[in-house]
Design a protein around this ligand. Structure first.
Ligand code: C2E
Ligand code: CA
Ligand code: CA
Length: 767
């Protein structure tokens, strides 16, 4: 019993650790999933931020590039606007066609040819045009009118600090008071500014560069003339930007974006007029980064998937193992507490329950008593030994089934092994309840069983005890039920007995008797008495029945009714039976002719070697088997095995006759009579003693007698004590009688003398 809880906690520990592992694995997976999700979100966010920043950078880059383009436009013109000669020609031009022609050549056509400036103007600081060109050819300078405001704004811008070409080292003051940047050698530096304007619907780059001397600083005395050029943004400037900035689709559009991904900067004239947008598809570092990160991401994903799959396999396995452990644990616990054959709780389980219920009653948590009903099947051993174990097993299973089905659901039914079942009932009612339990248990086997086609009449005996009234100790309570059971068996089986205090003493007595019987057999203290069996017609002794006697040195005569079952239970019956056969055959061998009846215990017949034993004893004693009647009880017929019938037939063949003893007692069935050709039927004493008062008994006696005759069997009435009984049994058709009315059992010598006297009388009669 100690094993059960220990094994349980072991298994439970394993299960708990399995489940723990499972949970840890699950938590790890969930963590990994969360981590991956967070990584993906963070990655996406980082990409979005990076893209935003990079768009911003691109816009800045494009703006600067545009500004640099304008500056370089002016820088490219440095040879024209930073030249002493230019100043001289400009100063002279208004009055000299030659100088104007020089300007036309150097500024108008040269700029057109070199820089594709579709419009160019020379403008005074106050905005008045000096000369204008379109596509290299002089035009009316008044064409400048729409650009006036723009040019004024650009000139103003060029006056801001930093809008000089070349390194500014200081400033000089001009005649009109304005300050002008100069380089280290004191030469004035050109100032510039750039912007965009719309010309004929298209944005053009407009730049201004102040015309300053390059060698003779003295030429620069007053506000300079500005060279203003216009050049379409597309295709030249845009083409360069596309190439240099790696923005192949950079273009001017009316709206900032065609798609959500587009990047753009607004284009505005220096006076603030909106000119549209410079739009391009951004280089989008997001996808690029994504592309770069893809192998790593894939690796991560694969690793994650691997971990997930592996983990789920491990998780499922650990859960399956836990489940299996739980199942096997439950199975082990069930097995530890149940009997495999019947499925009923076993002794261990029963004792646990008994202890628990008894404690509850003693502790006052439950009212009433705990009743223990100890059940033993009658003649189960016979069935098992002769019909085979498979039939015995089936009987056990069917009995278990019936007990469960017929007893109230609250009863706890266990099998202790073999043919022993024990019922536990918690109820009030003391002795009355014990009786009720006994009756209910007896009723369970009321109907016969049908097993493998044959009908088996089964009875059981039962002993009942109850605690705490009779004992507070579970073991003792069970022992007392067992004692009561033994008493029920002793009383002829097929009954229940409730434990009483005096039974305890009788159990002790039984154990003592068993010991003493062994000793008595060894010391040859047993004797045989003989009782005549007389012919009811003539009154002559037809035969004798050998009856075992035990005269105990202290206890006096002990009845065979008492000690034969002790011998049977104590395993002494075969030895004792063989001793009886030898003693009887030896004693009666020389007796005058008469039948000699010997009682056989069922255990003797069922022993495998009984026929051989008999043959040996016959040989040893020299008895004539034809003189011997072997008396068997119905118990032996309970089991309809071929073995018993074959043994009886073999004995028959050897010459022995077989009598069916105690007919009408216990579980008689007339059907037994058809199974075997008995030489005689002995009608039980109890039956005969009723015959005077019970008309039914008489009628039944008549029936049995006539049935016996029709089956060619003699009918013997046992226990004939009165003359009336003698008359009645004779009238019923019994031809033989045995009883105190004729003779009581007597010693061998007395019997011998009686037989001798009878044979003498016979001889006399004949004479
Ligand atoms: P049984 O085989 O039915 O034996 C007859 C019993 O009835 C004997 O009791 C006998 O003394 C008793 N009896 C005979 N006439 C009368 C009568 O008129 N009135 C009363 N009240 N009793 C009468 P016994 O000798 O005490 O034997 C009891 C049982 O013990 C036997 O019943 C038999 O079953 C068993 N037994 C006796 N000897 C042997 C034996 O050698 N071997 C075996 N296996 N069993 C034996
Ligand atoms: Ca007998
Ligand atoms: Ca008898």
């Amino acid at each position: 019993m100690g094993l059960v809880p220990a094994r349980r906690s072991d298994a439970e520990r394993q299960i708990a650790s399995g489940l723990r592992t499972g949970w840890v694995a699950l938590a790890t997976f969930l963590g990994l999933i969360a981590l991956s999700a967070a990584l993906v979100v963070a990655f996406e966010h980082a990409i979005a931020v990076a893209e935003d920043l990079s768009h911003e950078d691109e816009r800045l880059l494009v703006s600067r590039f545009l500004a640099r383009t304008m500056e370089s436009e002016v820088s490219a013109q440095i040879g024209l606007i930073n030249w002493d000669e230019t100043i001289a020609h400009i100063d002279a031009a208004p009055h000299s066609p030659r100088d104007m022609a020089w300007l036309d050549r150097e500024f108008g056509s040269y700029a057109w040819l070199m820089f594709k400036t579709d419009h160019a103007f020379l403008v005074r600081a106050d905005g008045t045009p000096l000369r204008g060109w379109a596509l290299g050819a002089p035009v009316d300078a008044a064409q400048i009118a729409p650009l006036r405001a723009t040019i004024a704004a650009l000139i103003a811008t060029s006056m801001r600090p930093g809008m000089t070409l070349g390194n500014e080292a200081g400033q000089i003051r001009l005649a009109d008071g304005a300050r002008w940047p100069v380089d280290r050698s004191g030469m004035p530096l050109p100032r510039w500014a750039g912007g965009l304007v719309r010309v004929g619907g298209n944005p053009e780059i407009i730049t201004t560069g102040s015309v300053v001397p390059d060698k003779v600083a003295g030429l620069f005395t007053h506000a300079p003339v500005y060279f203003v050029t216009l050049r379409p943004l597309a295709p030249l400037a845009l083409g360069r930007m596309r190439r240099d900035l790696l923005l192949p689709d950079l273009g001017v559009t009316a709206r900032p974006a065609r798609t959500a991904l587009d990047n753009a900067i607004p284009l505005a004239a220096p006076d603030g007029t909106a000119l549209g947008w410079l739009r391009w598809t951004p280089k989008s570092p997001g996808p690029i980064k994504l592309q770069r990160a893809a192998p790593m991401l894939w690796g991560w994903m694969l690793l994650f998937a691997g971990v997930l799959i592996g983990g789920s396999v491990v998780l499922r396995r650990s859960w399956r193992i836990a489940r299996e452990l739980l199942a096997s644990e439950a199975q082990a616990r069930h097995n530890a507490l149940h009997d495999a054959m019947s499925g009923l709780p076993n002794r261990v389980h029963y004792m646990q329950r008994l202890r628990q219920d008894l404690a509850a009653c003693i502790g006052g948590q439950a009212r009433g008593d705990v009743f223990v009903g100890y059940i033993d099947l009658d003649a189960f051993k016979v069935i098992n030994d002769t019909l085979g174990h498979h039939v015995g097993d089936e009987v056990v299973r069917q009995v278990a089934l019936r007990l469960r089905r017929k007893l109230p659901a609250g009863d706890f039914i266990a099998r202790f092994g073999g043919d022993e079942f024990v019922v536990l009932r918690r109820a009030e009612g003391g002795r009355a309840m014990a009786d009720q339990l006994g009756r209910q248990i007896m009723a369970v086997l009321d109907e016969p069983f049908t097993i493998s086609g044959s009908v088996i009449d089964m009875t059981c005996s039962c002993g009942i005890s109850w605690g705490p009234a009779q004992s507070e100790d579970p073991g003792e309570l069970l022992r007392r039920a067992d004692i009561a059971l033994y008493r029920a068996k002793q009383r002829g089986r097929a009954r229940y007995r409730c434990f009483t205090r005096d039974m305890d003493a009788s159990v002790k007595l039984r154990l003592e008797l068993e010991m003493e019987l062994r000793r008595a057999i060894a010391r040859d203290e047993l004797t045989i008495a003989y009782q005549p069996i007389v012919s009811l017609g003539t009154g002559e002794i037809q035969g004798v029945e050998a009856l075992l006697r035990w005269h105990h040195p202290e206890r006096g005569a002990i009845r065979p009714d008492l000690f034969v079952p002790i011998a049977e239970k104590g395993g002494l019956m075969i030895v004792l039976g063989n001793w009886i056969l030898r003693a009887v055959f030896g004693a009666c061998r020389d007796w005058p002719s008469c039948d000699i009846s010997v009682n056989l215990s069922p255990l003797q017949i069922m022993a495998g070697d009984f026929v051989a034993t008999m043959a040996a004893i016959v040989k040893e004693t020299g008895i004539d088997p034809w003189r011997v009647v072997l008396e068997v009880t119905e118990g032996v017929m309970l089991d309809r095995s071929d073995h018993v019938l074959a043994t009886l037939r073999e004995l028959n063949r050897m010459g022995f006759r077989i009598a069916l003893d105690d007919f009408g007692k216990g579980y008689s069935s007339l059907s037994y009579l058809r199974l075997f050709q008995f030489e005689r039927i002995k009608i039980d004493r109890a039956f005969v003693s009723n015959i005077e008062t019970d008309a039914d008994a008489n009628a039944i006696l008549c029936t049995i007698a006539s049935l016996g005759h029709s089956l060619r069997m003699k009918v013997v009435a046992e226990g004939v004590e009165t003359e009336t009984q003698r008359r009645l049994v004779q009238a019923a058709g019994c031809e033989l009688g045995q009883g105190y009315l004729f003779w009581k059992p007597m010693s061998a010598d007395a019997m011998r003398a009686l037989l001798d006297a009878q044979s003498d009388r016979r001889v006399l009669k004949l004479a």
